[in-house]
Design a protein around this ligand. Structure first.
Ligand code: C5P
Length: 227
């Protein structure tokens, strides 16, 4: 198996369970959960806090150049922990604007691949939790998973997670809006035909977390057996 074979790409729309599944798999496999959304969120938080116009791509890209990120035991931006702050509704709503900037994506993908390769070099299996893990960050991943679920199931899950007092209807609307933004942006949209891109598509609308994990572990075992 090549070094890159240790990356497992997990892509999918908002609230498809990617984060939870990637985290649980990382625990089971003693691997590294690379939460790429956290990096886009941290950059967005920085822009909001520093009054940087999100529609000014030059300013956002310049801001990114001044930032460092660490995803070890929490999310750190310039060594300051932002794990909880980046989950705020203002950040969640604004992050697709930042993530749509081509120059931002280009730099993020490079940094994410570098972080992943460093972990792989240290002997870790890297669970890349993203929307472009298999298409951009690790096209050479050993396994490419596209995790999805119906819009309603995803909104219900977010409703149960988010403790900001938002109604289910608000969350459903936000989720639909984010789906639209993520699949229609000009720069690296979330794929709408994952099978064609070589993904194993898992619709987990009616699967438990344990079922989903078991399915993915079985696939990983098949890959290891084959090599
Ligand atoms: O995964 P999470 O929901 O935290 O990601 C926040 C946002 O960051 C997404 O809605 C998407 O706009 C953007 N994102 C992205 N590419 C990634 C990860 C996240 O565009 N690899």
């Amino acid at each position: 198996m090549t070094q890159q074979a240790f990356a497992i790409a997990i892509d999918g729309p908002v609230a498809s369970g990617k984060g939870t599944i990637a985290k649980l798999l990382a625990e089971k496999l003693h691997g590294f959960h690379m939460n790429t959304g956290a990096m886009y969120r941290a950059l967005t938080l920085y822009c909001l806090e520093n009054n940087i116009d999100l529609h000014n791509s030059h300013a956002v890209i310049a801001a990114l150049s001044s930032l460092t990120f660490s995803l070890d035991n929490g999310v750190y931006m310039n060594a300051k922990e932002v794990t909880e702050e980046i989950k705020k509704r203002e950040v969640t709503q604004a992050v697709p604007i930042v993530a749509a900037i081509a120059g931002v994506r280009e730099k993020m993908v490079k940094r994410q691949r570098a972080i992943g390769l460093e972990k792989i070099a240290q002997g870790e299996i890297v669970l890349v939790d993203a929307r472009d893990a298999a298409t951009k960050i690790f096209p050479d991943a050993a396994l490419k998973i596209f995790l999805t679920a119906s819009l309603e199931v995803r909104a219900r899950r977010r409703f149960a997670q988010v403790k900001s007092g938002e109604s289910y209807e608000q969350i459903l609307e936000d989720t639909e809006k984010r789906d639209y933004q993520d699949t229609h942006r000009v720069s690296v949209p979330l794929v709408s035909d994952p099978q064609k891109h070589g993904y194993l598509v898992i619709d987990n609308s009616s699967l438990s977390e344990d079922d989903t994990i078991a399915l993915i572990l079985k696939k990983i075992e098949e890959i290891y057996d084959r090599d």
